[in-house]
Write a protein that binds this ligand. Structure first.
Ligand code: PTJ
Length: 249
């Protein structure tokens, strides 16, 4: 990886870019993943590259929803694995939730490379290779999924998702948690719980909440979920961004 001086003011951003770029060279990230990353960076700027309070609240509710689930699944794509593979493995272990590789730009080669990468980092039983079902209403490869994973899940965490799949998953009756720095994307507006935060901060935050909530009684977790108003939270995010921008000059 190219050497970035530690005292560079944009060190974190530059090293993250380098990770995405390296993962593209390894065939993990699709070339358009670089564009998606750039869009994410722009929105991260708007929220000050930090976890804002509506995101922290969403991370708590996401943890509660995952803990309440009977068949929780974490869906992984190229960008997610490039940036947060270890964090997703740890989250999967602590819920516990299955991991499934589900790609927008699907190719057997990428699926294999991504699963190999996850296994190298300690994951086992990663689904996605022998996908034998289809998400109804998605007549594209991104609908291909595993019968024992995404297809039969009741709660699914889909970071950096596309709007159509999110909508189709909701149509199947699943509770969908999205991580997306863009608060006005279709996925953000379609999900049950939207986390407007960088995946690199969001996954460890969900895990921290999961550890805190794990021994709480079920009725408390159910209250957290039933009281959640996703539309209000998205409006709060937009207000926060606009206040923040107005206060800059
Ligand atoms: O690996 P594949 O083939 O499944 O493809 C993955 C990408 C991400 C290329 C594909 O799903 C795609 O094109 O996604 P979109 O439609 O560009 O949506 C990605 C969303 O994630 C955008 O709204 C970005 O703002 C957001 N995003 C990008 N980077 C991050 C992010 N959100 C949170 N954390 C990030 N680091």
């Amino acid at each position: 990886m190219e050497k970035i001086p530690k005292n560079h003011p944009r060190y974190l951003s530059l090293t993250t870019r380098a990770k995405i770029s390296e993962a593209m060279k390894k065939g993990i990230v699709h070339e358009t993943g670089l564009i998606a990353h750039g869009r994410g960076e722009a929105y991260d700027y708007l929220i000050g590259e930090q976890t804002i309070s509506p995101a922290e609240d969403a991370e708590k509710v996401a943890a509660a929803l995952l803990l309440l689930a009977e068949r929780p699944v974490i869906s992984l794509n190229g960008n997610v694995v490039a940036l947060s593979a270890k964090d997703c493995i740890h989250l999967g272990e602590s819920i516990p939730a299955k991991l499934e590789v589900n790609l927008f730009h699907r190719s057997e080669n990428r699926i294999r490379r991504i699963i190999e990468e996850l296994e190298k980092l300690g994951a086992d039983n990663v689904l996605g290779n022998n996908a034998d079902e289809k998400i109804p209403g998605l007549n594209h490869d991104r609908g291909i999924c595993d019968k024992d994973g995404i297809y039969s899940s009741d709660v699914i965490l889909v970071p950096l998702e596309d709007g159509d799949r999110c909508k189709a998953l909701r149509k199947m009756g699943k509770k969908v948690i999205v991580i997306d720095l863009n608060p006005i994307s279709r996925s953000s507006r379609t999900a049950n719980v939207t986390i407007v935060d960088n995946i690199t901060r969001a996954i460890p935050n969900i895990e921290r909440w999961a550890r805190k909530l794990k021994n709480d009684n079920i009725s408390h977790l159910k209250d957290l979920v039933s009281e959640w108003d996703n539309t209000k939270m998205l409006k709060d995010v937009l207000n926060l961004i606009s206040k923040r921008l107005n206060s800059l000059f």
